[in-house]
Design a protein. Structure first.
Length: 220
């Protein structure tokens, strides 16, 4: 009886499978192997031992979020990283839709579109950055005057359209053509031929990003 393959396959799961189709050992076959022949493989990086030595199936659900061994800890870190990436992508997508909706509304009202200027980290405190707004030939300049404070103006002098440059240490914006000076904080003329203030570019902070939201031509 011990040499009967059919009897061995029903008593010892390690015994070779009987090749005969009509034997009890071939019941439940899927294709050419029993349905329960393949056991789930364990990820070696997730093998861990609980302090109470109970198997993983007997551990409370909260232990999965508070791993106790380094391999399990790395697994949770990867899972949390993926969650972070998904949420960040969703937030970025939502932000782009919001900006598109704002620009559509602005076009209907005849206002210039909202446009990203730069990340706040790209402009050091006391630093200067040039950009174009609202058109590709409309030169502007932004100055970071504090940790979260910025000012931005059109870069063409209101006298004869020469390019002006901020002198942050002196608190002025200088026109080198005819020695005109504008106040750095307000853009209003304080010396020289200019009589009108520089165009004021309205800025808005969204997280760590600087956006230009409009431009104001002023006479006083």
């Amino acid at each position: 009886m011990q040499d009967d393959p059919a009897h061995a396959s029903t008593t010892d799961p390690r015994a070779p499978l009987d090749v005969r189709v009509d034997t009890p050992g071939r019941e439940g076959l899927t294709g050419t192997a029993p349905a329960d022949a393949y056991r789930p493989l364990h990820d070696p990086e997730r093998i861990t031992i609980a302090p109470d030595w109970r198997p993983a199936d007997d551990q409370p659900a909260w232990r999965a979020d508070f791993p106790i061994d380094w391999p399990e800890d790395h697994y949770v870190e990867r899972r949390e990283f993926m969650k972070f990436m998904v949420l960040t992508s969703l937030a970025f997508t939502a932000g782009q839709f919001w900006i598109a909706a704002q620009n559509w509304w602005r076009r209907r009202r005849g206002q210039p579109e909202m446009r990203r200027v730069a990340a706040l980290d790209q402009v050091a405190v006391g630093g200067v950055l040039t950009f174009t707004y609202p058109g590709p030939h409309d030169d502007c300049v932004v100055v970071r005057t504090g940790e979260r404070t910025l000012v931005a103006f059109g870069q063409k002098c209101t006298h004869l359209s020469c390019a002006v440059r901020p002198l942050v240490d002196r608190g002025v914006i200088h026109c080198p053509c005819h020695e005109g000076l504008f106040d750095l904080q307000s853009g209003r003329p304080i010396a020289g031929p200019p009589r009108r203030p520089l165009p004021l570019v309205r800025l808005e902070m969204r997280g760590n990003e600087i956006y230009a939201t409009g431009i104001e031509e002023r006479t006083v």
